[in-house]
Structure formats: structure tokens, C-alpha cells
Write a protein that binds this ligand. Structure first.
Ligand SMILES: [Fe+2]
Ligand SMILES: [Fe+2]
Length: 149
């Protein structure tokens, strides 16, 4: 049974919310996958653990977004294709992606004008920040030029 606030949402607004939620959902899954793939190639267990923690956080975000998508009567899209075996370059891209995610979530939290989604996006944004900091730490410790690795 749909909550009454959903029933009252104009169709256009609902479509916009679903569009944003679906895009964010796929982005979370893609981030999780890239970081997970990267973890496989990291020779240090403690750094690998940090990456897996980030991936778990991203998957949790995807779950939370999927819940909102379903609450709005939508269906979560299929997971995006991600190349196997992330490289150094992809880890750098993941870092950029987390940086961009912080901004996207906060902009959309305010821009969409939906209280439930605002709360959710603010919470996710905090964790994107954490991801960013932790990825930065992993990258600095893995610096390929640091010891000629
Ligand atoms: Fe995330
Ligand atoms: Fe992210």
C-alpha cells in the first residue's frame, strides 16, 4: 500500500524523483564494483579491508535507494557493467567519483524538495565523504611511485 504522500505526488515529480534515484542507484553499484575489483589487486590486507568497507557502504547506499525506488512504485534498474580488475587509474576515478557524489547528493537533497529523500541523501552524503577520505588514504599508501613498486 502506497503512503498517502506518494499518492499525492504529481506524476511529473514522481518521474523526476525516480530518474534521480535510479541514476544514483546505478552509480552506487558501479562504485562498489570498481572498489571491490581494485581490492583484489591490493597486496596489503589492511588496505584491502578499507576498500571492502567502502564497497559495503556503497552497496548499502544502493539498497537504501532501491527501497525508495520501490516505495515510489518503480523498479531498480539492472546493475551497470563494470570492467573486471580495476586498475590504478580506475581507483583514481573512484576517488573523483566519491568527490562528485558528495556534491551531487547535497545538491539533490535540497533541489528535489522531497523530505524523505532529503534525509536519505544527507545521510548518504556523509558517507561519501568518509569514502573519499578513506580512498585518499589508501591511494596515498599505494602510491606506485613511492617505492618504485
Ligand atoms: Fe555511496
Ligand atoms: Fe559513492
Amino acid at each position: 500500500m502506497a503512503a498517502s504522500w506518494i499518492a499525492k505526488l504529481p506524476e511529473r515529480k514522481k518521474r523526476l524523483l525516480l530518474e534521480v534515484l535510479k541514476e544514483r542507484y546505478q552509480d552506487e553499484l558501479a562504485d562498489a564494483k570498481v572498489v571491490e575489483e581494485a581490492a583484489k589487486g591490493v597486496p596489503y590486507p589492511e588496505l584491502r579491508e578499507v576498500l571492502l568497507r567502502i564497497a559495503r557502504r556503497e552497496k548499502r547506499h544502493a539498497e537504501l535507494l532501491a527501497e525508495r525506488i520501490k516505495a515510489l512504485g518503480g523498479t531498480p534498474p539492472p546493475p551497470p557493467e563494470v570492467r573486471e580488475g580495476a586498475t590504478w587509474q580506475e581507483l583514481l576515478e573512484a576517488l573523483e567519483s566519491e568527490k562528485a557524489d558528495r556534491i551531487r547528493y547535497i545538491e539533490e537533497a535540497y533541489g528535489l524538495g522531497d523530505p524523505e529523500i532529503k534525509r536519505l541523501f544527507e545521510r548518504i552524503k556523509e558517507e561519501e565523504e568518509q569514502n573519499y577520505r578513506e580512498l585518499l588514504e589508501v591511494l596515498s599508501k599505494l602510491d606506485p611511485y613511492a617505492e618504485g613498486a
